[in-house]
Write a protein that binds this ligand. Structure first.
Ligand SMILES: Nc1nc2c(ncn2[C@@H]2O[C@H](COP(=O)(O)OP(=O)(O)OP(=O)(O)O)[C@@H](O)[C@H]2O)c(=O)[nH]1
Ligand SMILES: [Mg+2]
Length: 262
């Protein structure tokens, strides 16, 4: 089945869209290895309702656009292609910081059906940051040509998040992708992500410092297990971003406090 008027940015009724553009109901991130079809998915969903620029302070292209599903407006962010979230490159840092500190309502991880194993490394890393994930197994047409068959249900059961097969260039599977993303974003579809278990010494260290991190950043704010891992890793870039985030939060609280007392 192809895209529907209801779900697709390119085909959505212009009048309906214009009325709703002022508000955004959900923010959705698109992540994935380079060349997996992220921008193809992005363009198919947002059509002309998109704009590009650079990420603040970086020479990395940022594209974002809107689409509508069931009257709700979704802001889609096309993140740079990355093989991991180790922050070894500016692209990896942009993607990791966005997922961690901007906290999108759902994240689509686009993977290549013809080389799934290599792509799953990033999926596992994204799952460590956020549980609100939909895996989009793209290029299934190419996989079929190479006689590769991906067991979508088995993959979903193993990862604990929904998995949707697509051939984005031909618009195949995108309506199901949109529906699944809506369900994950609004919480009607609950996920139970697979977490990598580390060596006992690391797991014990995580247990020790996680409560301290929860006290510092608040329980609901972040995936404190992931932050604990990064701190154990002595990842300075995460510390810097966390400090910035906490400073911003403190300023907002002070401003709100000032308004209340004024
Ligand atoms: N056969 C086939 N080709 C596809 C599909 N989706 C995307 N492509 C092609 O794959 C190539 C890469 O697609 P992009 O959408 O640019 O991939 P990307 O993930 O945005 O790439 P980067 O931004 O460089 O990381 C393009 O030539 C697309 O036309 C698909 O489902 N099937
Ligand atoms: Mg792209």
């Amino acid at each position: 089945m192809g895209l529907t008027n209801q779900s697709c940015g390119t085909r959505v009724n212009k009048e309906t869209f214009t009325k709703s553009t002022a508000k955004v109901d959900y923010v959705i991130a698109l992540a994935g290895n380079p060349n997996t079809g992220k921008s193809t998915v992005f363009n198919a969903l947002t059509g002309l309702n998109q704009h590009t620029g650079n990420w603040p302070g970086k020479t990395v292209l940022r594209a974002e656009g809107k689409y509508i599903d069931h009257g709700l407006v979704f802001n889609l962010i096309d993140l740079p292609g990355t093989y991991s979230l180790q922050a070894n490159s500016v692209e990896e840092q942009v993607t990791r910081d966005y997922l961690c500190f901007q906290k999108p309502d759902a994240t689509i991880v686009v993977v290549d059906a013809t080389c799934l194993e290599r792509n799953l490394n990033l999926v596992l890393q994204v799952l460590e940051i956020t549980s609100k994930v939909v895996v989009c197994v793209n290029l299934v047409d190419e996989a079929k040509r190479k006689k590769i068959c991906v067991n979508i249900d088995a993959l979903a059961a193993k990862l604990g998040v929904p998995v949707v097969a697509t051939a984005a260039r031909d618009g195949i599977g995108l309506d199901k992708l949109v529906k699944t993303v809506t369900e994950v974003a609004n919480g009607t579809l609950k996920t139970a992500p697979y977490y990598v278990q580390y060596h006992d010494s690391i797991e014990n260290a995580i247990k020790k410092i996680q409560p301290q991190i929860k006290l510092l950043v608040g329980e609901e704010e972040f995936n404190t297990r992931w932050l604990a891992l990064k701190l154990l890793d002595k990842d300075q870039t995460v510390l810097t971003e966390l400090e910035k985030y906490l400073r911003r939060k403190e300023n907002v609280t002070t401003e709100i406090g000032g308004e209340l007392w004024a």
